[in-house]
Design a protein around this ligand. Structure first.
Ligand code: TMP
Ligand code: ASP
Length: 246
């Protein structure tokens, strides 16, 4: 495979075309941003860590019949993926109240939700990724009702798998964000990444300690320190769990 040209550079990843028009190469960066890029920084080793964690999780999901864009990982910070047209929705699944759910509803941090909540945000930085109602989503024609049903079903299935998987790692899956895309065959695929950048992960051993338990990007967002260690800890636990499962 040869890399052709850079087609997109986002906040955390660079996308390149390859000699196969159906395949893109994603390069994961150490750059970190938060609050719609108002806060900038770098997390040493993040590119490799997030690429490795995402690769493992995509492979585990594939084994369970969830179709993803993942093909392989030719280098530690690179992933070959099936080219998709990204549906401009950030699909958030929540098990425990945190982040914007607490800010916008007043629910206390850590409230265990009676059932997982699936939410759709408009993936548009200039608008600040606003929370959408179903009617607004249809008004903007961001996805068809059929796609929304399928995505909701998949998001809940992925939540079940990831929740159990992380529990096996001594980690509570609080919430996470997914993105989906459509390939040239019109297949809906799970895309983007699943990593400490896109999930809230709490160390089960420190359940009651609001700072110590954080193993995700909230360490960067909230200036909690030890960001690299937390990301590395997640990777080590994921690798161990994958090894045990195989
Ligand atoms: P929120 O509580 O800030 O809405 O975030 C919900 C989940 O989505 C959390 O796990 C972090 C993830 N997320 C992203 O992956 N990208 C984003 O831009 C934002 C705002 C959240
Ligand atoms: N990824 C988002 C950004 O930079 C926000 C976040 O993850 O908090 O802007």
């Amino acid at each position: 495979m040869s890399i052709c040209s850079k087609i997109y550079e986002g906040k955390a990843k660079i996308l390149y075309t390859t000699d196969d028009p159906e395949v893109l190469l994603t390069e994961f960066k150490d750059d970190a941003t938060a609050f719609n890029a108002q806060k900038h920084g770098s997390i040493l080793g993040k590119g490799v860590i997030n690429c490795s964690i995402s690769s493992k999780l995509f492979q585990e999901l594939e084994k369970r019949g969830i179709k993803t864009h993942y093909l392989d990982s030719p280098a530690a910070n690179q992933m070959r993926v099936i080219r998709v047209k990204i549906i401009p929705l950030e699909v958030v699944v929540r098990n425990i109240a945190a982040g914007s759910l607490c800010q916008q509803t007043g629910l206390p941090l850590g409230t265990v939700l009676k059932k997982p909540l699936v939410e759709f945000y408009y993936k548009d930085d200039s608008l600040g990724d606003p929370l959408l109602t179903r009617d607004r989503l249809y008004l903007l024609e961001l996805a068809s009702p059929e796609q929304v049903d399928t995505i909701t079903h998949l998001a809940l299935q992925i939540n079940e798998f990831l929740g159990d998987f992380f529990q096996g790692c001594g980690i509570t899956l609080v919430d996470f964000k997914l993105e989906f895309g459509v390939d040239s065959q019109q297949q809906l695929l799970l895309a983007d990444e699943i990593s400490p950048d896109t999930c809230r992960l709490w160390d089960t051993s420190f359940k009651e300690d609001p700072d110590r338990r954080v193993l995700d990007k909230d360490r960067f967002r909230r200036d909690l320190g030890n960001v690299e260690n937390a990301y590395q800890e997640v990777l080590q636990r994921v690798l161990k769990a994958v090894k045990i499962n195989t």
